[in-house]
Design a protein. Sequence first.
Length: 479
Amino acid sequence: MAVEDDVRSHLFGLRLQHCVEVPGDARIAESEIGRVQQKQSTRFQTAREIADDGLEALEVDVGIRAPGTRGRQVTEAEYGQAENGNGHSLLLPSPEENSTEIRTSSVGFSRNNPFPARLLTNRKLNGEGSGKETRHFEISLEGSGLNYDAGDALGIYPGNCPALVDDILNALGCDGEEAVPAPAGGEISLRMALTTNFDITKPAAELLHRLTKDNAPLRELLAPDRKDDLREWLWGREVIDLLVETKGASFSPVEFVGLLKPLAPRLYSISSSPKAHTGQVHLTVSIVRHESHGRARKGVCSTFLADRAGEITPVPVFFQPSHGFRLPANGDTPVIMVGPGTGIAPFRAFLHERRATGAKGRNWLFFGEQRAATDFYYREEFELMLADCHLTKLATAFSRDQAEKIYVQHRMIEHAAELWAWLQDGAHLYVCGDVSRMAKDVDAALHTVMETAGGLDREGAAEAVKQLKSAKRYQRDVY
């Protein structure tokens, strides 16, 4: 089986019935493979259940998206071929092959059997001089039979960066052709397992404990009363750092993969409407790149999309419905949308959806970023919507454009009287973005609006907000 076929099969969760041929001294005893496969099966099932919990959390107020996250973790690394000269890559079939494959398997596409989609558009949204890298992606759903609604999330199964895989193989003293058990049964090469099956960034607890045999400082940090110290020490460190820093540690390939966590999918809020963007799904993604402990780090999924995916490399996708984040059924109902940064994604979808359905209700968008000149995402689209009155109001907050930092919550308070009036008219309020700070600040601003413009005391404001939530008029997609 060709390398590219091997990668594609494992990325899309297909069971392989072949065994990788390896030199005699590298062959794995069947008993050892069976033991690790049983452990892996349990670990992957556990991860799937955890992922399901994270995916379902989209339907509740605070939608924790772990491990199916938006790819914002600073310790992520990602699969691709740009830095890899050895020919290991994910390949899309030719259009003819693709059409045949789709005809025979489209019925079952799901998060357990993701669709190998084509990336059509990869466009940077930031202007020259921006300190950020945010990109707009358009992905084809042609032939998938998959459907979604505005407000849903797209799940993506990325792979790991081949340069990082090479670094780990070098640290292990392996060439990558060693056979290890595949999660679905059979065997695959160690290189393939590290590329498509396992999380090779964040170290699992099992790996940490195994390394204590040769790492005394780490052994001390794992003491029950040193949890905070351990957390601080691990920040910005990945599996490769631990391998390099732990001199004398050695593993068999089978033992090593048994100490890793499964590679989980990432979820992104969709920034398109199926009614306005037929056969496509769009994403608005912040690309994660940074340095820590002397190494360049990459977001697993964000840089997969930015650097690797394209005409040849597929994007394995599935949809996750978000029943608790929906536009009002009555198109005449006004909506207020608060989405700074990439939190703008579902509201771009909402606005296109409302236009496509002919909804007559008023639309008010709050958007914020660092600088208007470089970070005003979809500016042309929104200005056109303002010009033709589809977008009734647009309130922006660019935090670095003045001495005092201004955020969307400040704009809400500035417009308290009008915001209160819209709510009194039955408006639905939506918030999308960071749960740790932004969502809390916006929620506090909403309480302030209730008090200052609505004349309520603190208890009355809290009760009013509670009633908005109960009536599904205050919905949040936060992460």
